[in-house]
Design a protein around this ligand. Structure first.
Ligand SMILES: [Fe+2]
Length: 294
């Protein structure tokens, strides 16, 4: 899930109990009353979910399954060229369906035996401290809706293709799953909002938009790149910088565009040494020290 408030359509519960997702006018589904009803109904399922209960079942339409099949099929082809080996192996072990949208409950049941991670349903934005904090417990908040069918290769928001193809495939790797857990522990450990933001930005530039050297080639391991049909073709041409905690934690980014600045790990070992170790031990003072040198 992307964490920024402006990226998610706000979800409102009205006085009569109805749930409304406020799509922006620029959203591809804005003028589609049927799609908007779907979004409202799916958001209501997550809002009414009781922790500990099975994840609500979404009855997806044939059109929605078709969008999933089309996009995930194309992404799978691109992954062979652009994804790190660790991601490809993990995605194969996970074995997500290609012809239909899986239920999040099903994703949890595929994932848990591999790395212990389970999914939680989210209607939209989850507060930063909660979203990151529960990663420490092996829990991942995920939306359940899918993008609008009129532009299947574009979404202004993190939809189930991003959450599952991008994140669940990564979470199926024990090494990446451990990094998510470490990010969660860091988020729970830090006290100030500034330090939490720093931790979340390091997450953004690694587990969302990270790239890694693999032999002679630059590959992606970030869920944001690996779930984006357009961005996956573009990342090699971006401003690629060396992995640097202070830079990642303080660099501003625009979530509405392709990420122009990316940080390259020399290897998965390197990512674990630099970012994993940081999340494992960082506290407010250490982060304040890193911010002060930038
Ligand atoms: Fe995400």
């Amino acid at each position: 899930m992307f964490e920024e408030a402006q990226y998610f359509a706000p979800v409102e519960t009205r006085d009569d109990g109805s749930v409304v997702v406020e799509l922006a006018k620029s959203h591809p589904g804005f003028a589609d009353a049927v799609y908007r009803e779907r979004r409202n109904a799916i958001a209501a399922l997550a809002l009414n979910h009781t922790p500990g209960e099975p994840i609500p079942h979404v009855e997806y339409t044939a059109e929605e399954h078709h969008v999933w099949a089309l996009v995930t099929g194309e992404l799978a082809v691109k992954h062979r060229t652009y994804a790190v080996r660790e991601f490809l192996d993990a995605a194969e072990r996970l074995g997500l369906p290609r012809d239909r949208i899986p239920q999040l409950q099903e994703v949890s049941e595929l994932l848990a035996p591999l790395t212990g991670f389970r999914y939680l349903p989210a209607a939209g934005l989850v507060p930063l401290r909660e979203f990151y904090g529960v990663l420490a417990d092996g829990l991942f908040h995920s939306t359940q809706y899918i993008r609008h069918h009129s532009v299947p290769f574009y979404t202004p928001e993190p939809d189930i293709i991003h959450e599952v193809i991008g994140h669940a495939s990564t979470l199926a790797s024990p090494r990446f799953a451990e990094l998510y857990r470490l990010a969660g522990r860091a988020a729970r450990r830090v006290e100030t909002d500034e330090a939490l933001e720093f931790v979340s930005k390091v997450f953004w530039f690694t587990l969302e938009f990270g790239v890694m050297r693999e032999g002679a080639e630059l590959k992606a391991y970030g869920a944001g790149i690996l779930s984006s049909y357009g961005e996956i073709e573009e990342f090699r041409g971006m401003d690629i910088r060396p992995l640097d905690l202070a830079a990642m934690g303080t660099t501003q980014y625009d979530i509405t565009k392709y990420q122009e600045v990316l940080f390259e790990a020399a290897s998965l070992d390197h990512l674990e040494d630099v970012v994993g170790t940081f999340w494992d031990i960082c506290d407010d003072d250490a982060i304040a020290g890193l911010v002060s040198v930038t």
